[in-house]
Design a protein around this ligand. Structure first.
Ligand code: GDP
Ligand code: MG
Length: 424
């Protein structure tokens, strides 16, 4: 495959990590271009079971070079913890297979504090943050009040820069939130304990990507979260604070001129959503509990029970469009095997008018789902490897979705393990 972005079409947790892990067989480079350690990409393969947060999923494939682009929220402390966890499963992580962009901004401990403090202040109006400091981090980045990873190579300037930022942050921490201020000693400890250890991984990743591309190598871009959490095109304000869409991959990777040939959109066979915000096709009660259990829908990062719902064709079509997806992978089809009839949300009714267009965010709370039921297949499909061997009702479900979203479905995943996949 040519340069390809693997993106989530819906609210996230569609199985991006699982698909990246499969596709790395054909790639030399995997790049994370946005988001931070608030991701939870679960990958199960011959090396074990991993919940990856900031590390690109290509880290699990020998010989693949992994890049954390300038668009990510680089938290040195959490990255090091994650590296240790992954290494504990005999995965090698060295400056040869992990490269951190010198232009990536560093997520500071105060970003995590401020995330927590603001969610506490908001009480029942909270955003459902994972409290990894992502929103305060990106706000500061846009205010140019972050330090770049490459500044680790300029210690004197870096120290002064950090002390200036600390002075400003302390005003907010103490005067707005009545919290404890940071001290120079705390900054020194953070630099020594965490930053010194990530320094060997920091380099000009844009240069690297341009070079490998000129040598004919193909790049795989790995998104975090999904279209509906994109800062500009998602369910504002219940989005994340970065752009999850494929169009951002060139910018966030450090190679703004790169051409992305394929956008593989990942869609779960039903809907899930972690955190707050409108979720039109949401199910409640025993029906929801049964689906949540069948799909083990608990957050990889937080352990929070995920909200579950019917596959939402309105939101999915929108997601396909904003991502400009060229092909789709449907995941977790096996999870629906227990259902006699599968609910699908085909339209919304917004203030009495039926529509198949995804509404403006503020109108979403007025939207009610129109649910249609399609036949289930009621048998175990988790061992199926070929399209022809899928029961007719399962094939029909896939072709029904394909028609509704007007994008070819090229992969059907029937299990979490690497080879539990049907290529169409
Ligand atoms: P991501 O954030 O998009 O990478 O997705 P997550 O890893 O948060 O959530 C997807 C979950 O579904 C993970 O636990 C995967 O191991 C699991 N998974 C992925 N594909 C399949 C599938 O086809 N069938 C089943 N049963 N589980 C799957
Ligand atoms: Mg996830």
């Amino acid at each position: 495959m040519a340069n390809c972005a693997v993106v989530g079409i819906n609210w996230g947790d569609e199985g991006k990590g699982r698909m990246v892990d499969l596709l790395t067989d054909h790639y030399d480079i995997v790049v994370r271009y946005q988001g931070g350690g608030n991701a939870g990409h679960t990958v199960i393969n011959d090396k074990g079971k991993f919940a990856l947060h900031l590390l690109p999923s290509g880290i699990l494939r020998d010989g693949v070079v992994n890049v954390l682009g300038n668009g990510v929220a680089l938290d040195p402390e959490n990255l090091l913890k994650e590296m240790e966890q992954v290494r504990a499963n005999n995965v090698s992580i060295t400056p040869d297979n992990l490269k951190i962009s010198d232009r990536a901004s560093l997520l500071m401990p105060w970003h995590r504090d401020l995330d927590e403090l603001e969610e506490q202040r908001l009480k029942d109006k909270k955003f459902g943050s994972t409290k990894q400091g992502i929103a305060p981090f990106y706000s500061d980045k846009y205010q140019k009040k972050t330090v770049l990873a490459g500044e680790l190579n300029y210690p004197a300037e870096l120290k002064e820069h950090l002390l200036d930022l600390m002075e400003w942050k302390n005003l907010i921490l103490t005067k707005v939130y009545n919290a404890k201020p940071y001290t120079e000693e705390m900054i020194d400890a953070w630099l020594e304990e965490y930053c010194a250890k990530i320094k060997p991984y920091v380099c000009d990743t844009g240069k690297l990507l341009r070079e490998v591309s000129a040598n004919g190598k193909k790049i795989l871009f790995e998104a975090q979260l999904g279209s509906l959490r994109d800062l500009d095109f998602g369910i504002h304000p219940y989005t994340t604070s970065s752009n999850t869409t494929a169009a951002f991959a060139p910018i966030g990777s450090g190679f703004p001129g790169v051409k992305i040939d394929e956008v593989l959109g990942i869609v779960k066979a039903y809907s899930t959503c972690v955190g707050e915000g409108p979720f039109v096709s949401e199910m409640f009660g025993p029906e929801a509990d049964e689906l949540r259990e069948a799909g083990h829908e608990y957050g990889a990062k937080t352990g929070r029970p995920r909200r579950v719902g019917a596959l939402d064709l309105v939101a999915t079509r929108y997601g396909v469009n904003v991502q400009a997806a060229t092909q789709i992978a449907i995941t977790k089809l096996d999870v629906l095997s227990y259902l006699d009839k599968i609910p699908v949300c085909t339209h919304y009714v917004v203030d009495g008018t039926e529509t198949d267009e995804f509404p403006f965010p503020a109108a979403l709370s007025h939207a009610k789902p129109v649910i249609e039921y399609v036949d289930g297949w009621k048998c175990d499909i988790s061992k199926v490897k070929k399209w022809e061997d899928l029961p007719k009702a399962a094939q029909d479900y896939i072709t029904y979705i394909e028609k509704a979203i007007a994008c070819p479905i090229t992969y059907v995943s029937v299990g979490a393990e690497r080879d539990e996949i049907i290529l169409r």
